[in-house]
Design a protein around this ligand. Sequence first.
Ligand SMILES: *Cc1c(COP(=O)(O)O)cnc(C)c1O
Length: 438
Amino acid sequence: MSLAEAVTRGLAPDGGLYMPERIPVLPQNFFDTIREKSLHEIAFVVAQAFVEDEVPEVDLRKLVAETLNFEIPLKVLEARLQPGSPEALLPKTSNISVLELFHGPTMAFKDVGARFMARMLSAVRKGSTSELTVLVATSGDTGSAVASGFFNVPGIKVVILYPSKRVSDLQEKQLTTMGSNITALEVEGSFDDCQHMVKEAFQDAETRAAKELTSANSINIARLIPQMFYYFWAYAQLSQTKKELVVSVPSGNFGNLTAGLMAKRMGLPVAHFVASTNVNNVVPEYLQSGLFETRPSVQTISNAMDVGNPSNFARMLDLYGGDVREMHKDVLGLSFTDEETKAAVHEVYTTLNYMLDPHGAVGYLGLRTYLEHAKDHADQIQGVFLETAHPAKFQDVVEKTLGTKVEIPTQLQVYLERKKEAKLISKNFNDLKQFLLA
Ligand SMILES: *Cc1c(COP(=O)(O)O)cnc(C)c1O
C-alpha cells in the first residue's frame, strides 16, 4: 500500500496499524555531518526516507518547514549554585538535558504530529476535488493540536468531539474558537463515549457512503514519522560529546517512544530508551514479566498519559518480533506515582532552576533513575528527557506543587479571550450522524 493510502485510511481494514514494510537505514555520512545541519534539513532527510517520491522534493521541504515553524531547543540543566559557595567558581555541566517539544501553537508536543499529518494529507490529495472529513475524539490535548494543525488546510474539514465539562477552560477554548474548517461538538458524555461515537461513524455504512472519513488519532502513521525528527535533532546537538545517549520518553499511547525506536532502527546511535509512565504502567510491566495485560486507565496528574491499553504497543512488538528480551535490550520501563511526580517538579525547580510540567517530570524521573542504576559509569552517559508540554498547560498542579505563580504565555492567553463556539449533542450516535449528513 502507498503511504498516501495509509495516511488517508488511518487504520487498516482489519483494525491493525500500518507499519512501513522496511525501515530505511540512513548513510553514515548523514550522521558524520549532522552537527552542521539545520532542524529543517534533518527533518527533510528523515521524512524523505519514508515518503520517497510520493511527494515531490520541493513540496516535502515546504511541508517540513511549515510543520516545524517553531523551535525545539535542547537545554542542559545546570545545578543552581549558592552564591559565594566554592563550587560557584566551577559550574558543573550536568549530564541531563531536556528537549523542549512544546513550542508549537498549542504548547504540547502533539503539534508536531498534527501539523505534519494535516499537510501530508493535503499533499497526497492534491488535485482531488472531494472533501475529506477528519473525525477526532479528544480528552483535551489531541483535539487542540489537531484543530490548530488542520486550521485552513484546503479540502479538509475537521470535526472534534469532546466530553462536556471534562476538559479544562483553556483546552475548551483551544478546541472551540478556531472557526473556519474546524467544528467542535460538545458531547454530553465521557471521553470514552466520544471515542465510541467516532468508531460508530466509521462502521456506519450510510455515513461512510456519504462522507469520506479519516481519523487523526495517534494511530495514523503520518503522526509517527515527524516524531522521529527531533530524536535526530537532539543527537545532532550532542554528538560531539561522544558519550552514550540515553533518552527518557514520558509515555501514554507510546507513539512518541515508538518513533524513537524507529529512529534507532534508522541508525541513530541511542544506547537506551527509558519508557517512563505514571501508574498506568502496562508497558513497564510487560518489559518486566513478558506479559501484556491491559486494564482500565487510572486518573493521574499527568493525564495525557492515562492509557490502559496503549495502541502503539502493537508497533513496538512488531519492531522486536514479539520478543520481550530483544525489546528489553533497547528499552527500560519505569513507572512513577503522582507523589513522586510532584516531588520531581519540586526538586527540579529548586535544584536545577527549571519548571517542569507533570509529564516532563515523569520523563525526568525515568532518566534520573536510569542514571542511578548506572552509577559506576554515569559520567559516560549523556541523558535527555523529553518535555512534552509547557507547565502552564497544567497550571493548577504546578502552582500547588511549587507554591509559585505560573505565567500563562501570551500564545495561550489569546485563546482565553476568544468566544466559545460548539454544538452540544447527546452521546447518541444518531446526533453525530445527523450532523455529519446535514
Ligand atoms: C500525548 C501526550 C503524552 C504521551 O505521548 P504518547 O505518544 O501517547 O506516549 C505525553 N505528554 C503529553 C503532554 C501528551 O499530550
